[in-house]
Structure formats: structure tokens, C-alpha cells
Design a protein around this ligand. Structure first.
Ligand code: MCN
Ligand code: CUM
Length: 797
């Protein structure tokens, strides 16, 4: 019963070669790179306004402490200082606290207590950033240290100090509790199981690490009342709505401009205290105020990823059928619940796990705790915590295969959803759209040479060498909306596009999505090219300025192609429909006698009599039929009927050195099915980037806190980014199963590899260590952890 928008079949013989003019399937080079590689990009740091002042933030050195006093007099006395802002001053304007995505509250500047190391305590505005920094150091804050809570276990221990004593009715450190699925049905299935496989693990906290940190130039004009904010955001339109709601400013007088964005990876969805402070400081000084965050500020205070614990069981038959799954997830939310809205995104979409497997029944419970750590949770290519869902799933799958003594590929084959089962209802209520899971798996197995590797592995084991192979297969929900089920702060999740074709047939497409490196300026033009036959080089794509682009919910959860991309196709079809009327007028035939082929209308039965889309465009301004409104432009809002469900099969082979615990990737094969690929090169770039991040998470990357709540990983000496040197090579393959409900059959892809990748690496190392009896090593699989596991046969957490 799904509403579908179907692609119009191509008629006649296509006059234009779609790939040559940059349509679907064209790996046209990224148009944005022309300015990036010449140093002509325009990032927030490049924005300089007359009279601009600079803001720096004073952050808490302690994880948990009561603020006894703040003395700002020495800071005010420094020449060049224009404003010292404290929480108390913000409170006078009702801005000491702000709402989070989950309807919790988050401190903008601390008034009562600090609740994590790096929390914003005060800020200084000065003539230059160095003066502002010095003045921050001159602020004297008297703290009374409180015991810090650095993990969920401590959060619920008897006598644990209450972190959120600011919230009335909050008597413990529990941020939320949640469950989904069929508990009784699951219990009944477990009672019939031949084998119950158990696994516990932790997906550690990690950080998205965009190259460009957060930052803004806030410019409040006290004559016009207009607030312009240049900021590095993934979702400028939501920011405008949020600023209007939080700061109670009139929305039509707020303009958010996201210029070039130097990577987001989920880090740049939320509104952080720094943004609110920069806006307030601009209002108070009546000058433009620039705030550019440093690396430690970004690593220690902005949205992290993961920090989720799994305690799971799977009910199995002896012959390898999954009867049921159940698990409990515990999340460490940090001091403020700044995750996605729990009523719409559950605890993120963690219940999207097991969507690619034919699992009859399941039950998930979850609990999130407040801790004295930075808030966040939905970042780092996570699609609302789908990353954890798929990691849990694929580690559980491998553990189950091992417990059954069954080959891991064969176990998947017996349980993957078959092609004839779509649309498939998952045990947790999602409806997947399409896929060819077994085909993807087989392509991956053939590419890696699965059977030969098993022979090689057995030989190597005899010589004491530890070879391993790990598989990860998953489908994930990408592209939130549909407005029935998803919203952000009450605003429904759809997207829009505006298309204007000029008289000479050149076009401007405006979208509410926001590229951060994904290449939308390149690929969204290709969608228009596909629909209208206007060469991609004749189309410019604009985004990132709320005064000049249509409303959109932004770019995250790999939703741009599924939602804004669909809106783009739909608006182009509206343009084509009007162009058809113009063509009929020009060709002096009735509209029914006009046929379309790429870039051209022609008279049915007289193919040589035709007009190009460009001729139609000129006619829209110069020779329209009587009664027709001039011009060739339109807009479209698209509310997707469902999420898109891409599939991926990732397979890694590794060798573990038992002497050092170091593991090397021998080969890595990826098979992705993201439906129709708009730009295959960009898709491969997205996959390679994701597999690199997956490698980083499994191998080297985590943020941890010591017992005092000090962040280990607050700089790039401690928090490691993989370079080309250590990153393995990737062999990529594709399968194309179009999404049945997307106008051009495309599915999202921006997060697939980061979501599905980690389990492939970890499963490979676990497979190598299988003779030792080890079942789990928590990520990252650092050499000392692997060595310890290999030598003791014990799990390492
Ligand atoms: N694409 C395509 N064919 C498809 C699907 C996608 O050609 N079938 C193209 C798209 O047109 C787009 C790119 O691939 O140019 C990614 O598209 P999509 O899957 O729709 O994802 P989004 O554009 O919505 O990007 C969001 C996603 C997320 S949520 C994170 S996090 C992430 C990611 O993208 N952050 C990134 N990839 C990133 N890549 C870069 N360089 N920088 C980031 O910050
Ligand atoms: Cu969760 S990271 Mo991306 O969805 O922006």
C-alpha cells in the first residue's frame, strides 16, 4: 500500500548520450573541486566583516564541580576586551540553557555546576582572538569538585551523585528507558531454541573529526533587526528554526549561511553553545562576532559517536536458523541528552538491526545514562545510531555461527532475506524496500576467493600463523523521512527543491540539503540532466543560504539523495510537463502527440520534427501560447513514502601477529547496492571514505575518559586519524537494485561503509583468533588488547 513515484519510461531513441552530458551513471568530476584545489573555497574562517570582533570560550577543566564564583574583573581590564559573558548574564536573557534534539536541556554557559570536562563556562569577545584567549585565562572560577561519573555502571551505582540536579523530578542518572518488539513471543521462541548464543560488548565513544571545526560569524544588525549567521552547519534551515525558537527572534529576520563546509560527519547537525554565545555576543556588542573552535574544543565538547554497550542473546536451531534475538543496549549519553528525539528516532534507529535477516521475532530494551562526559551520540556516519545496530548485529551473527560450529557465510545464507520476500517487515516494525542480498554476498565471497582462503587459513594455522576472514552484511535505513514517522523538534522530515530554467536553457537548482564534501553541486545537477537532458555543465546547484534556498531538513542520515534528490527529480518533471505544452505550441500539434526523448520533444510518428528543451525554455519567455503564464520554474516538496534500504557486504582478510598483537589487512572487498548510482565515482569515494573510517574505529580510534573524567583523546596526538599509509586498499563491486519508491531508484549510500565496515574488520580478527577461544575484543583492536587476548584466551573489554 505504498505511494510510489514512478520514473517515466524513455521514449524513442535517445538523441543525447546521457552519460556524456553528465546524467545518471556519469562519473563527472566534482565541480566543487575546481575552487577547493585552487584554494578558492570559502569557509567560515574566510568570512571577514567590517568591525568584526572575535570570541573565545572558557571551558571547564573539571568533569563535575559546583561553581562557587566567577570573577571576570581581570578579563575586563585587558585592553581590547569588549565583552565577558557568563552564564549569569545569559540567564538574564533566558539563554543560559537551550533545548536539545531530545527535548532535554543543555547548558549554554554553566551557572550552577559544570558537568563535563570542556563544558562552556564563559566567553570573551575582543578585538582579536589572541586577546580573547588571554582574557579567558584571566577569568577566575572557583570550583568545588564533585565526584565524577564516567560510565553507565557508576551512574546507577548506589549513592551515585545526581548529575542533573537542575531538572525537577530527575531523581537518578537515567536519561531514558525504552523497549521495542514482542517480549512474550521472543521468550517463547527462546524456550524452543536448541542453542542460545550470547555476546556482550562495548562500541566505544568516537569522534567525527571534520577537518574544519565548528565556527560562526554572527552579525546582528540593530538597525534592521536582522540576524545573519555564517556557520558551518549540515542543516542551516533547522538552525534558523531552532534559533527562532530558542532565542525568540523573528524567523524572517534570521538568515543562516553555510558557506563551504569542511566535513561534517554528523558533527555539524546540532546547535552548540558556541553558536548561541556568538549570536548573543553580537546582539550585545552590535558588532559581527566570529567564533572559530580549536581542535580540543571540538574533540572535547561537540557531538561524539557511539558509547553503547550490548548484552545480547540469539535463539538458534541446530541447523542454523535464527528463531529470535533479544538484546539490551546501554548508552552513555554524557551530561545532557542531546541525542535524536527519542519518540521519533527511538534510541536512534538501533532497532533497524536484523532488517536483512529473516528473524521471526525479537525484543530490544535500552537504557541511557547521564555521565560526566560531553553530550552527543548521533554523529560519525551513524544514520541515527544505525552504526551500533549493524555492528551489534554482525558481531552477534558471527558469534552465533561460531557457537553452532557453522561456516559464517553459510549461516548468513540460511538467514538472509530472499529476493522474493520484499517488501519485508522486520521484527522491529520497519518495512524494507528491495534488495538482492544473497547475490551481493556471493559476489563478495567470489571476489575474495572464500573457499581458497579457508584452505590457506588451515595451512597457515598449522604453522602457527593466524589468518582470519570477517564478513559483514547489512541493510540500513537511509533517508529520514516520511513525515508520519519522523520529525525534528516537531518539524516534519521532508525536503524540497526549486528549479529555474533561464531563457537560454541554463538552469539553477536550489535545494535545502547541505553538502559537506559529498559533492551535491555535482550530483544534483546530474538528476536534472537525467530528467531534462540539459547538460550538467549548464546547471548550477545552490544551497546553504536560508534566504535563497527552499526549506530543507539538511544533510545527515544519508537523506539527501533519498529525499532532496527525489524532490529534485520531481521538480524537474514539473518543468518537463510545462515544457511539453510549450513544445506542442511550437510544433503546432496537440500535447498528446508530443513524445519525449532525453533533451527533446518530437511529434509522434515524425521523429525528425522536434524541439529541444532549450528551445522550449526560450519559448517560455518569448513565445508562450495564449493564456500560459510565462517563465520556466517550479518547486517540489517531497515526503518520502519510506526510507531507502541499501545493502552492503564487506569482507576483510587479516593476519594477526601473535608476538605483537598487530594485525594487518590482507584484502578488503566491498559489494554495495545503493540502487541506481547517480555518480559512480562519488559513490565509490563515499564507500572508500567510510571503509577508512571503519578501519580507524576498529583499529585505533576511541575517546576514553580517565577515572577523574579527563578526556583522553582531546587532541590529535591522542585521537588518531588514519593516513593513506596505514589505510588498506579496497576492492569495490556493485549490485543495482533500484528503490521501488524513489523517483530515480536511488538509495542513500553516504554512511553504508562506516556503518557496515567495522564488523568486517573485527570479525576477521576474531576469526583469526578463533583457535584461542576468544569471543570478543572491544574496539579499537589495539595491539596490546589483541596480544592479551591471543595469549590468555580471554575476552578483552
Ligand atoms: N550518490 C549517488 N548515487 C546514489 C547515492 C548517492 O551518486 N545512489 C551520491 C549523492 O548524490 C551524494 C553522495 O553520493 O553526492 C552521498 O549521497 P547520500 O547517500 O544521499 O548522502 P548525503 O548526501 O545525505 O550525505 C550524508 C552522509 C552522512 S549522514 C555523513 S555523516 C557523511 C557522509 O554523507 N559525512 C560526510 N559522507 C561524507 N562525505 C564527506 N566528504 N564529508 C562528510 O562530512
Ligand atoms: Cu549520524 S552522522 Mo550523518 O547522519 O550526519
Amino acid at each position: 500500500g505504498q505511494v510510489t513515484a514512478t520514473a517515466e519510461p524513455a521514449a524513442g531513441s535517445r538523441a543525447l548520450d546521457e552519460v556524456k552530458i553528465g546524467g545518471l551513471g556519469s562519473s563527472r568530476p566534482r565541480v566543487e573541486d575546481a575552487r577547493f584545489i585552487r584554494g578558492r573555497g570559502n569557509y567560515v574562517e574566510d568570512v571577514t566583516l567590517p568591525g568584526m570582533l572575535h570570541m573565545e570560550i572558557l571551558r571547564s577543566p573539571l568533569a563535575h564541580a559546583r561553581i562557587k564564583s566567577i570573577d571576570t574583573s581581570a578579563a575586563w581590564a585587558i585592553p581590547g576586551v569588549k565583552l565577558v559573558l557568563t552564564g549569569e548574564m545569559a540567564a538574564q536573557r533566558n539563554l543560559a540553557w537551550m533545548p536539545t534534539l531530545s527535548y532535554d536541556t543543555q547548558a549554554v554557559l554553566a551557572t550552577d555546576k559544570v558537568r563535563f570536562q570542556g563544558q562552556e563556562v564563559a566567553c570573551v569577545v575582543a578585538e582579536d582572538p589572541y586577546i580573547a584567549k588571554d582574557a579567558c585565562d584571566a577569568i577566575v572560577v572557583e570550583y568545588e569538585a564533585l565526584p565524577p561519573i564516567v560510565n553507565p555502571e557508576q551512574a546507577v551505582a548506589p549513592g551515585a551523585p545526581l548529575i542533573r540536579d537542575d531538572k525537577s523530578g530527575q531523581a537518578d542518572n537515567i536519561a531514558y528507558q525504552w523497549e521495542v518488539g514482542d517480549k512474550d513471543g521472543t521468550d517463547a521462541a527462546f524456550a524452543k531454541a536448541d542453542v542460545v548464543s550470547k555476546l556482550r560488548l562495548h562500541y566505544p565513544r568516537s569522534h567525527p573529526s571534520p577537518i574544519e571545526n565548528c565556527g560562526a560569524v554572527a552579525d546582528f544588525n540593530n538597525a534592521t533587526g536582522k540576524l545573519t549567521v555564517y556557520m558551518t552547519s549540515q542543516a542551516p534551515h533547522i538552525v534558523r528554526a531552532a534559533v527562532a525558537l530558542i532565542a525568540e527572534l523573528p524567523e524572517h529576520l534570521i538568515r543562516i549561511i553555510s558557506p563551504d563546509v569542511g566535513g561534517g560527519f554528523g558533527n555539524k547537525v546540532p546547535v552548540y553553545p558556541g553558536y548561541v554565545c556568538a549570536i548573543l555576543c553580537s546582539i550585545l556588542t552590535a558588532k559581527p562576532v566570529k567564533w572559530i573552535e580549536d581542535n580540543t574544543g571540538n574533540l572535547s565538547s561537540t557531538g561524539f559517536g557511539r558509547d553503547m554497550y550490548l548484552d545480547s542473546e540469539m535463539a538458534l536451531t541446530n541447523d542454523g536458523k535464527i528463531l529470535a534475538v533479544r538484546y539490551h543496549a546501554t548508552t552513555d549519553q554524557g551530561a545532557f541528552f542531546a541525542d535524536a528525539q527519542p519518540t521519533k528516532f527511538k534510541i536512534g534507529l538501533v532497532h533497524s538491526s536484523f532488517a536483512c535477516y529473516d528473524v521471526p521475532v525479537g525484543h530490544i530494551t535500552a537504557q541511557g545514562m547521564y555521565t560526566n562526559k560531553a553530550p552527543g551520540g548521533v554523529a560519525y556516519r551513524c544514520s541515527f545510531r544505525v552504526t551500533e545496530a549493524m555492528f551489534f548485529q554482525e558481531r552477534m551473527i558471527q558469534a552465533a555461527a561460531d557457537d553452532l560450529g557453522m561456516d559464517q557465510a553459510e549461516f548468513r545464507r540460511r538467514n538472509l532475506v530472499r529476493d522474493d520476500q520484499f517488501p519485508y517487515r522486520t521484527p522491529f516494525g520497519f518495512l524494507t524496500d528491495s534488495g538482492q542480498y544473497l547475490k551481493c554476498l556471493q559476489i563478495g565471497l567470489d571476489a575474495i576467493g572464500y573457499d581458497d582462503f579457508l584452505v590457506e587459513q588451515a595451512e597457515a594455522r598449522k604453522q602457527g600463523r593466524l589468518l582470519g576472514i570477517g564478513i559483514s552484511t547489512m541493510t540500513e535505513p537511509l533517508g529520514a523521512g516520511n513525515s508520519r514517522e519522523y520529525d525534528i523538534l516537531g518539524i516534519k522530515m521532508f525536503d524540497s527543491a526549486e528549479l529555474r530554467v533561464h531563457p537560454t536553457g541554463k538552469a539553477v537548482l536550489k535545494i535545502g540539503a547541505q553538502t559537506q564534501g559529498q559533492g551535491h553541486e555535482t550530483t544534483f545537477a546530474q538528476i536534472v540532466t537525467h530528467e531534462l537532458g540539459i547538460p550538467a555543465t549548464d546547471i548550477v546547484v545552490e544551497h546553504g543560504d536560508t534566504d535563497h534556498t527552499p526549506f530543507g531538513m539538511g544533510t545527515y542520515a544519508s537523506r539527501s539523495t533519498p529525499v532532496a534528490g527525489a524532490a529534485t527529480a520531481m521538480v524537474a518533471r514539473k518543468i518537463r510537463a510545462k515544457a511539453r505544452k510549450l513544445a506542442a505550441h511550437l510544433l503546432e500539434v496537440s500535447e498528446e502527440d508530443v513524445e519525449w526523448e532525453l533533451g527533446r520533444f518530437f511529434v509522434r510518428g515524425a521523429e525528425s520534427r522536434g524541439v529541444t528543451i532549450q528551445e522550449c525554455a526560450m519559448a517560455a519567455y518569448s513565445n508562450m501560447p495564449d493564456g500560459m503564464e510565462p517563465g520556466l520554474e517550479n518547486n517540489a516538496y517531497y515526503d518520502p513514502p519510506n526510507l531507502t534500504w541499501p545493502f552492503a557486504c564487506y569482507i576483510a582478510t587479516v593476519e594477526v601477529d601473535p608476538e605483537t598483537g598487530v594485525w594487518d589487512v590482507l584484502r578488503f572487498v566491498g559489494v554495495d547496492d545503493c540502487g541506481v548510482r547517480i555518480n559512480p565515482m562519488i559513490v565509490e569515494g563515499q564507500i572508500m571514505g567510510g571503509l577508512t573510517e571503519a578501519y580507524a574505529m576498529s583499529n585505533m580510534q576511541f575517546q576514553t575518559y580517565d577515572a577523574d573524567g579527563n578526556l583522553v583523546g582531546a587532541n590529535y596526538m591522542d585521537y588518531l586519524l588514519p593516513t593513506a599509509w596505514e589505510t588498506p586498499g579496497f576492492e569495490l563491486h556493485e549490485v543495482v537494485t533500484p528503490s521501488p519508491h524513489h523517483p530515480i531508484g536511488a538509495k542513500g549510500v553516504g554512511e553504508c561503509a562506516a556503518v557496515g565496515g567495522p564488523a568486517a574488520y573485527v570479525n576477521a580478527v576474531m576469526n583469526a583468533l578463533r583457535p584461542t577461544g576468544v569471543r570478543n575484543i572491544d574496539m579499537p583492536l589495539l595491539p596490546d588488547r589483541v596480544w592479551h587476548a591471543a595469549h590468555t584466551g580471554q575476552d578483552v573489554s
